[in-house]
Design a protein around this ligand. Structure first.
Ligand code: CTP
Length: 466
């Protein structure tokens, strides 16, 4: 297990104001989470125009507070709860406007209101154009915050700015901001350790196990994106998969402590950081990549779980023309061959079966947990049969025809089918939350697998002794 972070158990209120540097707050949030912090995000209205609250809600697992007049669902005043519970308030990036509002106590947004209402230390990281930062008005406001209010100012750095100028105004390195927050908290006790005294979590995200490193020490393999089956050197048969769902699984697994290997096909979403990347263009490449990972050099299982989100092409051109096929007046007929079902092949391999399903080779030990996806159009009737045919432990089925679900969306509505016959229909959720729900199941299946192996080993040992 990894070491507890320097902010373990702490509630950090992260206030974001409307600077172009607001996008960096996403990485700042990740760093805070990596240090073990529980984070609640507060945004000024203009900040929401630079970075989507949905992203920050999914990563912090809490609703974002962006409206000073909004009440919590139970009638409590959000910024007051946050102000009373936070161990530190970080405002990053802080704009010139926000510094001015704060210096004069103008609580028209949740970030200012929370700072006014809190007795927690406040860390402020300004970011703006160099001339704006150098202006006597801004400097006077910074002095008020630092000298009169005791706020810690993490001074901006020199460099090229969004305005095109070079000067002092770039948001400080994120590690400096995290260090300043840790320093500001010092040895103070945790203010409100009881989750009931903190701002609410996202629906479905209030399981305490969710915050644990419950996948630490596990190796997860995730396939993502589509495959490109070449017709000739320039053309291919592909599909609409962007890789976003698989990437959400990678990020969630990484954040829960797993070592992650990503096998990426054709993808258009940005590759997640902190994972080992293998590229696979065709179904055959993906099959080879999986085969290279399935066994460790010791002969034991090479991974603990496989999450197969990739949209693997079911057909490939029978021949790939070595040169570009010229356009002629006549049409073109392509002969397609079936690709193997990679997941079904792996399911058989894991259980020691050959291509025909007959015993053929040793089962893989410990048995990796296999998760398949099923993209359906017009109903999920075939899902249970797919689960059995592919020998997977969990099948995540979604109707790609439904609005908000499937390719190119940030949300997904899925139903989880388990090998024991149970199924759970989830509501429309951000893909990251869906990823966490899938990983809840994977973590539980792995724990059950290990517990069963322990019991087996104990009873075997007992048998010998008696
Ligand atoms: N899959 C695979 N190899 C293939 C096709 C699919 O490993 N050649 C995997 C996918 O990654 C996914 C699961 O199988 O995890 C289900 O994919 P889906 O396309 O829904 O199912 P198919 O088996 O291809 O069935 P159909 O196309 O008839 O819906």
């Amino acid at each position: 297990m990894s070491e507890p972070g320097r902010l373990a158990g702490r509630l950090v209120a992260l206030g974001i104001t409307g600077s172009i540097a607001a996008f960096k707050a996403v990485d700042l949030l990740r760093l805070l989470r990596a240090e073990g912090a529980d984070v609640v995000v507060l945004m000024t209205p203009s900040a929401t125009r630079f970075v989507a609250p949905l992203t920050l809600a999914a990563l912090s697992r809490r609703p974002v507070d962006a409206d000073v007049l909004d009440l919590l669902p139970d009638g409590r005043i959000g910024h007051v709860i946050t102000a009373d519970a936070a161990d530190v308030v970080i405002v990053a990036p802080a704009t010139a406007h926000w510094l001015g509002a704060m210096a004069h106590g103008l609580a028209a947004d949740v970030v200012t209101a929370t700072c006014l209402a809190t007795s927690a230390p406040v860390v402020v990281a300004p970011a703006m154009d160099g001339d704006m930062y150098a202006h006597p008005a801004t400097q006077a406001n910074v002095r008020i915050l630092r000298d009169s209010f005791g706020y810690r100012i993490v001074e901006p750095e020199a460099g090229s700015l969004a305005s095109g100028q070079v000067g002092i105004g770039r948001l400080a390195a994120l590690e400096r901001i995290v260090d300043a927050a840790i320093d500001a908290i010092g040895a103070r006790p945790i203010r409100k350790p009881d989750p009931a005294d903190r701002p609410p979590r996202l629906i479905d995200a209030d399981d305490p196990a969710r915050d644990a490193d419950d996948l630490a020490g596990r190796h997860l393999v995730v396939t993502a994106g589509g495959t490109a089956e070449p017709i000739d050197p320039v053309r291919f048969i592909g599909n609409r998969s962007t890789g976003a769902m698989g990437f959400a699984v990678c990020e969630a697994a990484r954040d829960r402590g797993a070592r992650v290997t990503l096998i990426a096909g054709t993808v258009s979403a940005p590759i997640p950081s902190g994972v080992k990347l293998l590229r696979a263009e065709t179904a055959a490449d993906m099959q080879a990549a999986l085969a290279s990972l399935v066994l460790a050099p010791t002969g034991a299982a090479g991974f603990d779980a496989l999450v197969m989100t990739a949209a693997v092409a079911d057909f490939r051109p029978a021949v790939t023309n070595p040169t570009k096929i010229p356009r002629t007046g006549a049409g073109l007929t392509l002969e397609l061959r079936a690709n193997p079902d990679l997941l079904a092949g792996l399911g058989r391999r894991v259980d020691g079966l050959d291509e025909t399903g007959a015993p053929g080779g040793a089962p893989i030990v410990p048995r990796p947990v296999l998760v398949g996806f099923a993209a359906e159009t017009g109903g999920l009737e075939r899902a249970a049969a797919k689960l059995r045919a592919k020998r997977v432990d969990l099948l995540v089925a979604n109707d790609v025809g439904e609005p908000g679900s499937g390719f190119g969306t940030s949300t997904n509505r899925v139903t989880l089918f388990a090998a024991d016959g149970g199924s759970e229909a989830l509501p429309l959720l951000p893909k990251r939350v869906v990823a966490d729900r899938i990983l809840d199941r994977v973590a539980a299946l792995l724990d059950a697998r290990d517990a069963a192996a322990q019991t087996g080993a104990t009873s075997a040992a007992g048998g010998t002794a008696s």
